[in-house]
Structure formats: C-alpha cells, structure tokens
Design a protein. Structure first.
Length: 392
C-alpha cells in the first residue's frame, strides 16, 4: 500500500507535520551552534528559540518568560505534577496530596503515583459519565493537604472538553493548591487562554497540531514555584536543563502559529466532517453509541469520535480497517500481551465489554470529505462482517 492510499484517521495519536513547519525547521537541522554559546552563531540560535517562545506564549495567552520548552507533553506533565508537588511541600510540609482526575492521561496519573515513594499520596478524583470531575469529590479533596490538582482540559480518548475548568481552578487556588491542566489535545483545536482558565501550569506538545515530535512546552504562571526534574546547565531559567533542540523548537513555534491562525475555520470544517461521520454511522449501525454525545450541553473537540461498536472487539474492527488502509485507534490498550479496557472509559462507568468495543476516529488538517465517504462505506461493512463472525 502506498502512502497515498492510506486514510489516516488517528490524529489524536499524532498528526502529519505541516509542510510549512518542515520548511521552517530545515535551516536549523544542520545548524551547529548551541543556543547557550555567546558567539554570533549561538546568539542566532537563541533568537530563533525566543521567537518560538513568543509564538507559544501568544497561542495560550501567556508571557514568553512563562514558557518552558520540553521534549513533549509527557515531560511537561511530569514537570508540572512532580515539580509543583515537590515545591509545594518544601514551602508547606503538610502539602502531601497530589490530585488528578480518573480521566487524565497516564502521563499525569503515573507522575502522581510515582511520588508515593517520596511520601506523597496520589488521589484519583471520580468522574461522571462524560469523564468530567464530580464537584462534590473536588470539594471534599481540596483541603490543606492538597499540593497539586490536575484536570485534563480536553480528553484524548473521547474529545470531551472540561468547560468548567475555571471553576475548579478558582476553588483550588482559594485552597492554596497549585492547579495544572493537560491541554495537549486542546491547544490548536479550540481557543485556550490561561488567563480565563485560571491555571498555574499548562502542558502542550507540537505533534498534536502539525508540529514535530519531541518538542513541547509547559506554561508556568509567573510566581509559581517549580522544582526541576533534571539538574544541569541551567537552561530554561533553571527549570529544564539540557541543550535546546533548536530545529524542533522552531517547528513547534511555527506549528502553533499556523494552527491558532486557522483555528476558527478548521473547527467549523472538522466539526461538520465529524458530525457527518457520526450521523452516517448511527444510521447504518442503530445500536452504535458515541462517548460524550449523550447529554445536552456536553462540549467535544471537533476532531474526534469515540464510538462503541456493540458485540465486536475494537481490535478486530481496527485490524479489519488496517487491512483496507485505514488507520484508527482502539479504545483499549495492550499490556504484556493481554487486552484490557481503557481505564478512562471504565472510570466513566462504561461497561468493560463496551469499553473493549470502542474505536476512536480522529481528524486534523489533512482530513478531507472524501475520507469521510470512504469511512462510511468501509466501517459498516466491516462491522457487519465482524458481528456475523462473532455470532457464529
């Protein structure tokens, strides 16, 4: 199968790098200067990094000096959760609880759990059927022991957006708790403004909106204390040591500028394609359900459909689609050779069988209407074939 035959519907996993981003990165791939060097070549590299820093800051409504470049979303999440927890306890030894929602990305949840070896308590906050935190649970947990609270802004599996995040942030800050949000799936897809959100820390990564892998950032509100994860040469104002990847950072800056510039038009276009897919799938498969789409008022990203195909394991449908050159994601993860349901879906109250039968379709800048047509022809046919086989 040639690349031109591939229907790529897995943009929440990663996106193709935009051609404009590749062009922006190209001059820096062989540029040898270290941005910490004081000679003219080093200063040239430093200027490129600072221009990218300004682009990232502008995209989220922050200040350039509040942006810390990282290797991606996972490092940004770890720096936020671990770094803020350690700094909070240093100021107040009673701050030993690290809170995150049961619907958060593993980069957040595992970062919280890893702190247990250092005397912290990791607390999973219960979520409702849409994967959103339950207010009563939040209120009960936001006390003098809470060092950090993290809540994902847009869920990577279902696309559900946490529109009430500003209320959580306000309540947490009243309690003296540092507030973090994983905005990895949100930035470049919906408007994100740190001032409106009220967060102290926000994570993002370039490869979710047409940038290169290996380049992300953590926005750190001015005055927020953060313990670095790595010691070294003091780069990023001592918050993240290591020689900067100039080409990747330039690519991140270019990608976020392009994505935010096209955000409104792309949101309308992609929402229409998503809705057409969902309408067609529901018509062809009457028992199909879509996560996050059952309650009025729930907001979802325009870029994802997470659907339950009853009676057919997601891996079976994924494999059948793959054979036809269609790339999607299953709603379950593979661990040590055994298939387990998505922890996020289970936390939402989804039955294990339904969680195993979930497939996620996700879209981006390269998605075209004819690809939706192809999905609507292939998916019902392959589902019917798999359902008949399962019934035998």
């Amino acid at each position: 199968m040639s690349a031109s035959d591939l229907l790529y519907a897995d943009h929440h996993a990663t996106t193709p790098v935009m051609s404009e981003v590749l062009d922006a990165m190209a001059p820096w791939l062989a540029f040898a200067a270290n941005a910490s060097s004081v000679h003219s070549a080093g200063r040239t590299a430093r200027r490129a990094i600072e221009e990218a820093r300004a682009e990232v800051a502008r995209a989220v409504g922050g200040l350039p000096e509040e942006i810390v470049f990282t290797s991606g979303g996972t490092e940004a999440d770890n720096l936020a959760v671990r770094g803020a927890a350690l700094a909070a306890r240093e100021s107040d030894p009673g701050r030993v609880a690290v809170l995150c929602t049961a619907a958060d990305h593993p980069a957040v949840r595992e970062a919280a759990r890893s702190l247990s070896s250092l005397g912290f308590e990791a607390v999973d906050l219960a979520v409702d059927e849409d994967g959103l935190p339950r207010p009563a649970d939040l209120e009960a947990r936001l006390d003098r022991r809470a060092a950090v609270i993290s809540a994902i802004l847009a869920n990577n599996e279902t696309g559900v957006v946490y529109t009430a995040f500003p209320s959580l942030a306000s309540r947490a800050r009243e309690a003296g708790t540092v507030v973090h949000t994983d905005a990895v799936q949100a930035v470049g897809k919906i408007p994100v403004d740190v001032g409106s959100l009220g967060a102290d820390l926000l994570s993002l990564t370039g490869h979710k909106f047409g940038g290169p892998k290996g380049a992300g950032a953590l926005w750190v509100r001015k005055g927020t204390r953060l313990s670095p994860l790595a010691s070294g040469g003091g780069q990023e104002k001592g918050r993240r040591a290591g020689t900067e990847n100039v080409a990747a950072i330039v690519g991140l800056g270019a990608a976020v500028r392009l994505a935010v510039g096209r955000l409104d038009a792309e949101a309308v276009r992609l929402a229409a394609l998503r809705d057409r897919l969902e309408t067609g799938l529901r018509a062809a498969i009457p028992r199909l359900t879509i996560h996050g789409a059952s309650r009025p008022g729930t907001v979802r990203l325009p870029t994802a459909t997470s659907a339950v195909f009853p009676g057919v394991p997601g891996e079976i449908l994924l494999a059948a689609l793959d054979l036809e050159g269609i790339a999607v994601s299953s709603g379950s993860a593979c661990h040590s050779g055994t298939t387990t349901p998505s922890a996020v879906l289970l936390a939402m109250g989804v039955a294990p069988d339904a969680a195993r039968s979930t497939v996620r379709f996700s879209f981006g800048a390269t998605t075209r209407p004819e690809e939706i047509d192809r999905l609507l022809k292939a998916v019902p046919r392959l589902f019917s074939r798999a359902a008949r086989a399962a019934a035998c």
